[in-house]
Design a protein around this ligand. Structure first.
Ligand SMILES: CC(C)(COP(=O)(O)OP(=O)(O)OC[C@H]1O[C@@H](n2cnc3c(N)ncnc32)[C@H](O)[C@@H]1OP(=O)(O)O)[C@@H](O)C(=O)NCCC(=O)NCCS
Length: 175
């Protein structure tokens, strides 16, 4: 019902539990490309698990916490941006992103993240927006840098995915 135009027939839309079948089909389509970096690529495996993932964000949004949005191109779900965490009391939040491989290289995540960052800082008064990524994730690092995030340091062995404890780079924008 509601969307935010990003240009080039791309838009941000809410992604809600009723869209579980669409999100599950999307997960099947992009799973191989997201598995190296994105935890839900392992856990969203059918409509029920897609619904559980989206319901988790719906619950958090209702509590003014995390939020998930779908990135659509020509009406097709191609990516997502999330407030993985959103602490209104502390005024600190974290953004996460993913995109279907064939849609990369167009600046779509850049434009979508600008919407989230502007809203977080200008509307919600966030003083710190974080971006966490694996040091091996060159595309994510480039996206963070392009958005104006600053690399602050690296937490060692701070994140477990696919059988290994990984280092986590911490990037942030401060208001
Ligand atoms: C991380 C990820 C979302 C980045 O996608 P992306 O399309 O490269 O991101 P951006 O929106 O910043 O686009 C930048 C690219 O678009 C190009 N571009 C074109 N128009 C642009 C514009 N108006 N503004 C910015 N960049 C633009 C840039 O030159 C760049 O291309 P290049 O990489 O060939 O130099 C994507 O690689 C992905 O989904 N990876 C797997 C999931 C993942 O790792 N998520 C992050 C976990 S921390």
């Amino acid at each position: 019902m509601f969307s935010r135009a990003l240009g080039d027939d791309a838009e941000l839309r809410p992604l809600e539990p009723w869209q579980a079948a669409e999100f599950a089909a999307y997960a099947d389509r992009v799973r191989g490309a997201l598995k190296p970096w994105i935890p839900w690529a392992y856990t969203v495996v059918d409509e029920a698990s897609a619904r559980a993932y989206l319901q988790g964000y719906a619950d958090r949004q209702a509590a003014d916490g995390g939020r998930v949005f779908g990135l659509y191109v020509s009406g097709v779900l191609e990516g997502g941006v999330i407030f993985r965490s959103f602490n209104a009391a502390q005024r600190v939040c974290e953004i996460g992103v993913w995109l279907a491989p064939e849609m990369r290289g167009r600046g779509l995540i850049n434009r979508a993240c600008r919407v989230l960052i502007d809203w977080a800082i200008d509307v919600r008064g966030m003083v710190r927006v974080e971006w966490l990524c694996d040091p091996r994730n060159e595309a994510s690092i480039a996206a963070a840098r392009r958005l104006g995030f600053t690399h602050e340091g690296t937490h060692r062995k701070a994140f477990h995915l696919d059988g290994e404890h990984r280092d986590v780079q911490v990037w942030a924008i401060v208001a």
